[in-house]
Design a protein around this ligand. Structure first.
Ligand code: KIV
Ligand code: NA
Length: 265
């Protein structure tokens, strides 16, 4: 296996090495990120917002995740590809979770799956791990519960911080190989990171997590509008693509494109 494995990520934590994760939803973008050396690519259900045009992640289906995951796997050769279990594909229980995760691994070729919840998803995590499917847990802000919790910082205050720690430990004890912490105070994320043997992956969770994840369209400046505080933009793809589309349109209208070098005798 020339791909990154969950074992490599466990070793990185032992060595104190941080690592980056990005989302990907299609083969071509994934190939760029893979060649850039991003070791872990997440086919996030943020595809709902960033790729499929929905308002939230809630409508995303297992069929859609299977299609997108297969594309990302085909576009990559080195990254560990982690696929999100979408809303409604694992909440019914352990057997449903196993059936759904099996599709992502067997049909789409994912190397691991991710699901939301710590204590509340411990049963599902346990069965998947015992069945040979590596699981990444996702706690703190869990967007599939947006209708119940909204989009705001989680784990603020002693009681909420204690619950976050219980969720992290429940996920680890059930066998999760890593735990995503989304939008939690940096000090709480640091405590959780110290308490866990497995790596934490932060998004809006401060600098002390073992790894970081961002949505690729946010990171690359393709997502329109105001972004959350935790995003850093590393490029202006939206600006670059807008300029390219306008220049092409102008050239077609003016007759400057195609020129003779683009034409056949
Ligand atoms: O779907 C997603 O992009 C995610 C990350 C933000 C962790 O779950
Ligand atoms: Na997600």
């Amino acid at each position: 296996n020339r791909r990154v494995t969950v074992r490599d990520l466990a070793l990185a934590k032992e060595r104190g090495e941080r690592w980056p994760m990005l989302t990907a939803y299609d083969a071509m973008t994934a190939s760029v990120l893979d060649e850039a050396g991003i070791p872990v690519l997440l086919v996030g259900d943020s595809a709902g917002n960033c790729h499929l045009g929905y308002e939230t992640t809630v409508p995303v289906t297992l069929d859609q995740m299977t299609l997108l995951t297969a594309a990302v796997v085909r576009g990559t050769g080195r990254a560990l590809v982690v696929a999100d279990l979408p809303f409604g594909s694992y909440q019914e229980g352990e057997v449903q979770a196993l059936r759904s995760a099996t599709r992502l691994v067997k049909e789409a070729g994912a190397g691991a799956v991710k699901l939301e919840g710590g204590e509340r998803s411990a049963g599902q995590i346990g069965l998947l791990v015992r069945s040979g499917i590596p699981v990444m847990a996702h706690i703190g802000l869990t967007p599939q519960s947006v209708h119940a919790m909204g989009y705001r910082v989680q784990g603020r205050g002693e009681e909420a911080a204690d619950q976050l720690m219980r969720d992290a430990k429940a996920a680890q004890d059930a066998g999760a190989f890593a735990v995503v912490l989304e939008m939690v105070p940096a000090s709480v994320a640091a405590q959780v990171t110290r308490a866990l043997q497995v790596p934490t992956v932060g998004i809006g969770a401060g600098a002390d997590c073992d790894a970081q994840v961002l949505v690729w369209t946010d990171m690359a400046g393709l997502t329109p509008g105001k972004l959350p505080r935790f995003v850093q933009r590393y490029a202006d793809l939206r600006g670059a693509l807008t300029d390219a589309a306008r220049a092409y349109a102008e050239d077609v209208v003016s007759g400057a494109f195609p020129a003779s070098e683009h034409s056949y005798e």
